[in-house]
Design a protein. Structure first.
Length: 53
């Protein structure tokens, strides 16, 4: 599994994460690509949060 924390509002009481899972051999070969996709998604979430303020 590859996972990262996602931004949550300050009043939120729990940390949240987003992740991908699959066969280890496939995940290992594509770890840079998959990590990039997760970080891109987190960046989009962060942008959405800043617009809502």
């Amino acid at each position: 599994m590859i996972s990262v924390l996602i931004p949550v509002p300050e009043r939120h009481h729990r940390l949240l994460g987003i992740g991908l899972h699959g066969p280890t051999s496939r995940m290992t070969r594509r770890k840079e690509e998959l990590s990039g996709l997760l970080h891109e998604t987190v960046g989009e979430r962060r942008a959405q949060m800043s617009v809502g303020r």
